[in-house]
Write a protein that binds this ligand. Structure first.
Ligand code: AKG
Length: 369
């Protein structure tokens, strides 16, 4: 049986739930979350917060096995809350989120053999397989789907199992192959050092899908590293470099005959708790740095250090994708690159698309219902 105590001095109701857990619920929060204030069909909040007095006061409270009933000062109506719902939303504690799987930061200890793998047919046909694959991809930041049919729709169909595709100036899907008149270094045969894509975008795409249709040329191996693991190690080894990369933004730009897309980004992005939540690193898209000279020199040292770490054998996992395999990775965490290849020795063709983190996480939540 839960117990509830009215605390007029700090404007809260203190609840001790039947399992011993406790929580303090501010009056204004309780009013804002009155169950009657949510649309019965859409579950969206329809309460108008400005219609509630900021100093609203509860005058009495009563708990039984499953509900908490509040009487409000100066009002005739009472509000009834489910205790289970209150227990799941204790202020100061993040509500459980099935999309937040946690991350395993990896270095070369994981190796190419340690990359999570999934079968395309299973992911297409089974929600359980889809969920497990998404979880592993989220935890490690990358995975390989194998057994794809030999056509450009096959990988995109797997991506659409998650959600809609993120369109960019390169299209809804894109062909990574050596092309005449390329507008992007990916469409040449030259080596691409480790990078995250489209750091010049206001919101760089979340998950990237590269379906290998052919990889017959000499060269063309793939490289990956965990940008979070590198940032974590940098923080320990070189706090000044970490501080600069996580507080100073620099300009990124992509421009061709059609577009001129620019954004300022920090290389290492943290949430309000200091947890690493995003890496933006792309030497090809880095625009002309415009920092004040003293800061510029310090920044270059930090930026170059992160770059050097992305080249270190301590972090880089290499593999050569085979036809029928698709690598999937969190583009805002895992850096990718490739070795140069010789297009005269064979055909190389990857078909790509993106799905943003929001769609990915939403699918994980819906599959966890
Ligand atoms: C990209 O499309 O951003 C690439 O880095 C291409 C990767 C590859 O060709 O393996």
């Amino acid at each position: 049986m839960a117990t509830a105590e009215l605390r007029q001095n700090d404007g809260t109701i203190a609840i001790t739930f039947s399992n011993g857990a406790t929580g303090a619920f501010p009056f204004i929060w309780l009013k804002d979350n009155d169950p009657a204030g949510f649309h019965p069909q859409t579950q969206e909040r329809v309460t108008d917060l400005t219609a509630i007095d900021l100093d609203v006061k509860a005058s009495a409270v009563e708990a039984d096995d499953s509900t908490l009933t509040i009487s409000w000062d100066g009002e005739d109506t009472k509000t009834v809350y489910q205790l289970d719902w209150l227990a799941a939303h204790v202020p100061g504690q993040y509500a459980a989120d099935p999309a937040k799987t946690g991350f395993k930061h990896w270095r070369t200890d994981l190796g190419a053999d340690g990359i999570p793998r999934a079968n395309a047919k299973e992911v297409l046909e089974s929600d359980a397989a889809l969920k497990e694959w998404l979880k592993q991809t989220q935890i490690f930041g990358y995975s390989i789907v194998e057994g794809l049919d030999d056509n450009t729709e096959a990988g995109m169909d797997v991506a659409r199992r998650i959600g809609f595709l993120r369109e960019t100036n390169f299209g809804v899907t894109f062909e990574v192959q050596s092309k005449p008149n390329p507008n992007n270094l990916a469409y040449t045969p030259i080596a691409l050092p480790l990078h995250t894509d489209l750091t010049n975008q206001e919101l760089p795409p979340g998950f990237q899908f590269l379906h290998c249709l052919a990889n017959e040329a000499v060269g063309g191996g793939s490289l990956f590293c965990d940008g979070y693991a590198i940032a974590e190690d940098l923080q320990k080894e070189d706090p000044e470099a970490f501080e600069l990369l996580s507080t100073v933004s620099v300009p990124f730009r992509f421009h061709d005959g059609e577009v001129d897309i620019r954004a300022r980004k920090k290389v290492i992005n943290l949430d309000e708790d200091g947890t690493i939540i995003e890496i933006c690193f792309n030497a090809h898209l880095a625009d002309i740095f415009d920092l004040e000279p003293t800061l510029m020199t310090r920044y270059y040292r930090a930026y170059r250090k992160y770059m050097a770490m992305t080249r270190s054998k301590d972090y880089v996992v290499t593999l050569k994708l085979k036809g029928g395999e698709m690598v999937v990775f969190d583009n805002r965490r895992v850096l990718h690159g490739r070795d140069a290849f010789d297009p005269n020795t064979g055909f190389r063709h990857l078909h790509g698309c993106y799905v943003d983190r929001g769609e990915f996480e939403s699918r994980l939540r819906v599959l966890s219902r």
